[in-house]
Each structure stands twice: as structure tokens, then as C-alpha cells.
Design a protein around this ligand. Structure first.
Ligand SMILES: [Zn+2]
Ligand SMILES: [Zn+2]
Length: 389
């Protein structure tokens, strides 16, 4: 049952969340430039008694907001994304996603007075590009956080599911330029190395798991036809349902590039051009609490669909028990993600109403774990068994 004080809080809080969603929709900011968005979240969280650190962990538009009851207990974290897309604005709905996370933090703060523990809201910028979450993980930001919850807007309600592991590989071939007609024997052709790699990877693609995909481009491959290209730049996304398999697959893609370098006598440099994303490991125990709460509180049956895709919350799920369910903002009119229609759907009355439910559900799910040691033990045991890092 939703406590009376939370219902009263909602009357005052929900219009503020709607305003935050609309303000960000009106002022979309790209990855790592989300100053207005980050400030807006921090102002709201401060208003509700959170201690806020801006410019957090080397991310100018990141933040950490904490409310501590100063009594022993668990630390639950909600992750707020708020970056927009070039030319599309909030086509991924991160304006409403962030409002749900900050809203969930504020609601949970009002529930844990007697239970004890802490609530953390983490501002995680740049989800659409280099992703702040892997950087936070490397810097120990998730140490001491016991569970992580985030809900993404979508075309229906989905339970937390899975996402693909992603390895972003970059190949650079360094050859030797020479006149293509008068002195070709003096050259080492870097473009040839790239083309051999591309062809070898295409051959390999016929023999990989159906749950994997490989996509690549040649970004640079010479300047003029009468000069032997001395440099070639290629980038690949290697995706698989399972991270262990994906690491092995990436090694085989690297072998293709080594073959290209070896055949042409060029020098190969292999790097990752973005952080690696790991597949989302849904904590099924935590997800079960979310599902049951949705049914109990709102009569909402969300057992039919499971979330998918690939994002940096997958990495978080391997260091903390995590769920990433989706909530509906479409009102029965699905439209593609990363579109202007999707951005518009985030600022309708229907979307606001669903966002209020999502915030409440995230907060209640966390609260049940924080106030039920046996339940949290089950969440933790499952996590320890299934994590891979
Ligand atoms: Zn997106
Ligand atoms: Zn998104």
C-alpha cells in the first residue's frame, strides 16, 4: 500500500517532475554539454534535502546527490540520464527518464526515515556517446551502493530484460606512400590492408552466433589515386548477447585485421574508440519485486515484454544488483526510438502520468529491499552467482 505521506508528497512533487521533463525538452543538450539539465536536477534534489556534488568524478555535467538517514541500512541508487540527440532533441526520452530517477529518489527519501540507509541519485551524462557509467565504475563510484534502478521510456511497459554486449574496435593501418604509377614497389598500401580486413570479416560473419552482429566502416583510406595510401582507419561494433562470447569474437575480428596487415606489410594499431558495454544482467529477484508491486499498486501486468538494446547500464549490472525496466509513453501509438515523434511523446499528459507511476514503482521496489533483509539477501545471492566481473 502506498503510504498517505507519499500520496501527499506526489501532489506537490509530480508537477515539478513534469516541469523538469518539459524544461529539458525545450532545452535539449548534447552529450557532455548538459549543464542546464544537470543544474535543474541538482536544484530539485537540493530543495528536497539532498547533499549534492556537481562537476562529479571528472564529469562536468555529472552529479551525485545523497540523502542519508544517518542510520545503518542499504544504499539504493537511481541513475538519471539527460542527454539529447543531434538534430532530434530528446528522441530517446532522457528528459523524462531523468525526472523519473530524481523523482524516485525524492519519494524513497520520504519512505526510509524509520528504516535507515541512504538514497543516491547519480547524474550519468552522455549516455548516447561515450557513457559516464563505465567511468564511474572505474573510479569506484558504485562501491557502497547496494542496488541500482533506472526506468527508460518506451512504447509499452516492459520488465527489465537484457542488452547486448558491445566492443568498439578501431584498426589503424600504417603503410608507406609512394607514386602509384612510377614507384608502386616502394609503397605499402594501408587501404589494401583495410580492404582485406573488411573482406575477411565478411567471411567470418557467415560463421558466428546468430545472437551476434558485426558492423564496420572504413573512415579513411587514402587521399588521391596516384598516391599509395599510407594510412587506413576502420571502426567496428562487435555485439553479442553474451560478453564472454563477444570477447572471443572480438579476438577473431582482430585476427582478420592482423591478416590484412601481414598481407600488405603494414603496421597495425588496435584500440577501443569508446568504452566497452557489457550485456545487462537483470537481477530477477529485484525485477520480481518491481513486477509484483506494479500489479499490487496499479493493477499493471508487465509480464509480457522484456527490455532489450545496448547501453552503459549493462556495465553497472555487473558491479551492483540492477534493474532497467521500460515504461510506456506512447499511449498505444508506437513510434521509433531516436525520433522527433518520440521526443514529443515525452511531454504529453499521458507520459507524465506513466512517469509518476514509474518513479513510485522504482521507489517502492527499493524500499521493499531496504526494509526486508531476507529479500535483499536473495537479491545479493543471485547477483554474486551471476556476475562476471
Ligand atoms: Zn538512445
Ligand atoms: Zn536512451
Amino acid at each position: 500500500m502506498i503510504p498517505e505521506r507519499v500520496k501527499e508528497l506526489g501532489q506537490e512533487l509530480y508537477p515539478k517532475l513534469d516541469k523538469l521533463t518539459k524544461d529539458l525538452y525545450d532545452n535539449p543538450e548534447l552529450a557532455d554539454e548538459e549543464y542546464f539539465a544537470s543544474n535543474s536536477h541538482c536544484d530539485l534534489l537540493r530543495e528536497y534535502g539532498f547533499t549534492v556534488e556537481e562537476n562529479f568524478c571528472g564529469k562536468a555535467t555529472g552529479f551525485r546527490a545523497v540523502y542519508d538517514t544517518n542510520k545503518p541500512g542499504l544504499n539504493a541508487a537511481f541513475l538519471a540520464e539527460y542527454d539529447a540527440l543531434p538534430g532530434i532533441g530528446h528522441g530517446c526520452g532522457h528528459n523524462i527518464l531523468g525526472a523519473v530517477s530524481s523523482g524516485a529518489g525524492i519519494i524513497l527519501k520520504h519512505l526510509i526515515g524509520e528504516t535507515g540507509g541512504k538514497v543516491t541519485v547519480l547524474g550519468t551524462p552522455a549516455e548516447e556517446s561515450n557513457g559516464a557509467k563505465p567511468h564511474y565504475i572505474e573510479n569506484g563510484v558504485f562501491d557502497g551502493i547496494d542496488l541500482v534502478l533506472m526506468a527508460h521510456p518506451a512504447d509499452a511497459w516492459y520488465l527489465s530484460g537484457s542488452s547486448q554486449a558491445l566492443i568498439p574496435l578501431q584498426f589503424e593501418f600504417f603503410g608507406k606512400s609512394a607514386h602509384a604509377a612510377s614507384a608502386p614497389e616502394m609503397g605499402q598500401n594501408a587501404l589494401d590492408a583495410g580492404v582485406i580486413t573488411y573482406t575477411a570479416v565478411n567471411a567470418l560473419k557467415g560463421h558466428i552466433a546468430r545472437t551476434s552482429s558485426v558492423a564496420g566502416v572504413i573512415l579513411e583510406g587514402g587521399k588521391a589515386p596516384n598516391i599509395v595510401p599510407d594510412y587506413c582507419l576502420m571502426r567496428y561494433y562487435v555485439r553479442s548477447a553474451d560478453r564472454t562470447y563477444n570477447v572471443k569474437l572480438a579476438e577473431r575480428i582482430k585476427d582478420c585485421a592482423k591478416a590484412g596487415a601481414s598481407a600488405t606489410g603494414t603496421y597495425l594499431e588496435i584500440t577501443k574508440f569508446e568504452p566497452e558495454f557489457i550485456n545487462l544482467l537483470t537481477n530477477e529477484t529485484l525485477s520480481g519485486v518491481y513486477k509484483a508491486t506494479a500489479l499490487e499498486e496499479f493493477g499493471l501486468d508487465i509480464s509480457a515484454k522484456r527490455s532489450f538494446g545496448s547501453g552503459d547500464i549493462g556495465n553497472v549490472s555487473h558491479v551492483c544488483p540492477t534493474i532497467n525496466p521500460y515504461f510506456d509513453i506512447s499511449g498505444g501509438e508506437p513510434c521509433p526510438g531516436h525520433s522527433t515523434e518520440k521526443a514529443f511523446q515525452s511531454v504529453t499528459d499521458y507520459a507524465y502520468e506513466q512517469a509518476h507511476k514509474a518513479a513510485l514503482l522504482l521507489a517502492l521496489t527499493a524500499f521493499k529491499c531496504m526494509s526486508g533483509p531476507a529479500l535483499y539477501k536473495a537479491v545479493r545471492d543471485e547477483f554474486e552467482k551471476s556476475r562476471i566481473i
